[in-house]
Design a protein around this ligand. Structure first.
Ligand SMILES: *Cc1c(COP(=O)(O)O)cnc(C)c1O
Length: 373
C-alpha cells in the first residue's frame, strides 16, 4: 500500500522511550513497599501542575465522577444540570446514584453549556451543575460560578477533554470546580491506557472520596479489613501511573502539538466551516478534538463527510449526539444540541500526524464543500 492510502486514525497516543522506561521500571521494581511509588508521584505532580490541593487517581474519569458525586452525597431526589451535548460517561454516574439529570442546551460558539439555560432549569431539587469543557473548549465558568453561588449549588468541571486548556489569568481547566475530573483514556491528550483523576481544593471532600474508593475503609484505621460503609474500587494501578508520569512530563509538548494541528486545520478550513473558537481574550484552548461545523444552508451532512473519509481510509468521529435522544432519557427541546451533530464532525488529530496527512483531510472537506455549496 502506498503512503498516500495509509490509514489516518482519529486518535493515537504518543509513546516514547520515556514512557517505556517508566513502565519497565514499575514492572520490575514497583512491588512491595514500592507498589504505590508512581501512583503517589503521579497524583502529586498532577495536582501541582494543575494548581489544586489534591488529586486522586482512578481507573477512569467515569469512576472519578462517580466518586466525586457520591462524596458530595448526590443521590435520589436530587437533580443535576448538565449539557445535552456530552459523552455518556458524564451522566451515567448521576443515574447510577439515583439522581435525575436535567439536560440543557449549549452555546452556538463554544458548544459548551449555556449559563442562561442553566438558570432556567434550576428547581428546588437542583444540587449540582456539571460544566463539561467540550473538545477542550472552555465553559463560561465566571457566569456558572455566579449562578452556583447565588443558588448554593455544587459546580463540577468535567475536564476530561480539556487537559492543557487555561484561562487568560493562568488558571487551568479543572482547577475551579468543587471537584473536577480528567480522563487518561487512549484517545485523550495524555494517556495511561485507561485511567482518570479526581481533583479538588476541598481536602475533606477528597478524604471522603479516597475512603469511598477504598471500599469504605478509613486510612490508618486500627481495625483492618473494616468497611465503615459500602464503597467502591475505581483505582489506578502503579504501571498505569508510571505511564502517566511520563506523559505528564511531556504535557507541554503533547498539548503544543495539538494546538499546531488545530492551527493548520483552522488556516485551511475556517472560511468554509465554523471551528473550535480561537479566543481573543487570552484564554488558551488545548484543541483536543479539532471540529468543523458546516452552516445550515450548505447541503453537507455529517454522515456524508464520514463516508467520504471512510472511502479515503480516514477515521473521522461524529459530533456527540444529544444524550436526551439516547437510551433511558426523554427527548428535550435543545435546538443547538440537536442541530450541530447533523452537520459537524471531529477531525483526526494525533501527535505524529503529518501535514501531508492533514492535507488529505482538508482536501476532502474542501472538495465536498465545493460540491455542496
Ligand atoms: C472521555 C470522557 C469521559 C470519560 O472518560 P473515561 O476515562 O473513559 O471514563 C468523561 N467525560 C468526557 C467529556 C469525556 O470526553
Amino acid at each position: 500500500m502506498t503512503r498516500e492510502f495509509s490509514r489516518i486514525l482519529y486518535a493515537k497516543p504518543s509513546i516514547t522511550e520515556k514512557e517505556i522506561a517508566y513502565v519497565l521500571d514499575a514492572a520490575k521494581n514497583g512491588w512491595g513497599p514500592e507498589c504505590n511509588h508512581y501512583i503517589e508521584r503521579f497524583e502529586k505532580e498532577f495536582a501541582s501542575f494543575l494548581g489544586v490541593k489534591s488529586a486522586h487517581s482512578t481507573s477512569s474519569a467515569t469512576g472519578a465522577m462517580h466518586l466525586g458525586l457520591a462524596a458530595l452525597g448526590v443521590g435520589p431526589g436530587d437533580e443535576v444540570i448538565l449539557a445535552d451535548t456530552n459523552w455518556v460517561a458524564t451522566v451515567a454516574p448521576v443515574v447510577h446514584l439515583g439522581a435525575t439529570p436535567r439536560f440543557v442546551d449549549i452555546l452556538q460558539d463554544t458548544w459548551c453549556i449555556d449559563p442562561e439555560a442553566v438558570s432556567r432549569a434550576i428547581t428546588p431539587r437542583t444540587r449540582a451543575i456539571i460544566a463539561t469543557h467540550l473538545y477542550g473548549n472552555l465553559c463560561d465558568m465566571d457566569a456558572l460560578e455566579k449562578i452556583a453561588a447565588k443558588r448554593d449549588l455544587f459546580l463540577i468541571e468535567d475536564a476530561a477533554e480539556a487537559l492543557g486548556s487555561r484561562w487568560a489569568d493562568g488558571r487551568n481547566a479543572g482547577s475551579r470546580g468543587v471537584f473536577s475530573l480528567f480522563s487518561f483514556h487512549g484517545t485523550k491528550t495524555a494517556t495511561t491506557g485507561e485511567g482518570g483523576m479526581l481533583v479538588s481544593n476541598d481536602e475533606a471532600l477528597m478524604d471522603k472520596a479516597r475512603m469511598l474508593n477504598n471500599h469504605g475503609r478509613i486510612s490508618g484505621d486500627k481495625k483492618q479489613f473494616w468497611a465503615h460503609e459500602i464503597g467502591y474500587k475505581f483505582k489506578m494501578g502503579n504501571l498505569q501511573a508510571a505511564l502517566g508520569c511520563a506523559q505528564l512530563e511531556r504535557l507541554g509538548e503533547l498539548v503544543g502539538r495539538r494546538r499546531s494541528i488545530f492551527k493548520y486545520y483552522h488556516a485551511a478550513l475556517h472560511d468554509i466551516a465554523a471551528m473550535n473558537p480561537v479566543p481573543a481574550n487570552g484564554d488558551e484552548y488545548c484543541y483536543w478534538m479539532p471540529t468543523v461545523v458546516f452552516p445550515e444552508d450548505v447541503n453537507l451532512r455529517s454522515e456524508d463527510i464520514l463516508e467520504a473519509f471512510r472511502q479515503n481510509n480516514i477515521d473521522g468521529r461524529p459530533f456527540f449526539q444529544p444524550l436526551s435522544l439516547q437510551a433511558h432519557f426523554q427527548t428535550a427541546n435543545n435546538p443547538v444540541a440537536y442541530s450541530l451533530p447533523k452537520r459537524a464532525v471531529n477531525l483526526p488529530a494525533y501527535h505524529d500526524m503529518t501535514e501531508a496527512d492533514q492535507d488529505r483531510v482538508i482536501n476532502i472537506l474542501r472538495a465536498l464543500h465545493k460540491g455542496a455549496a
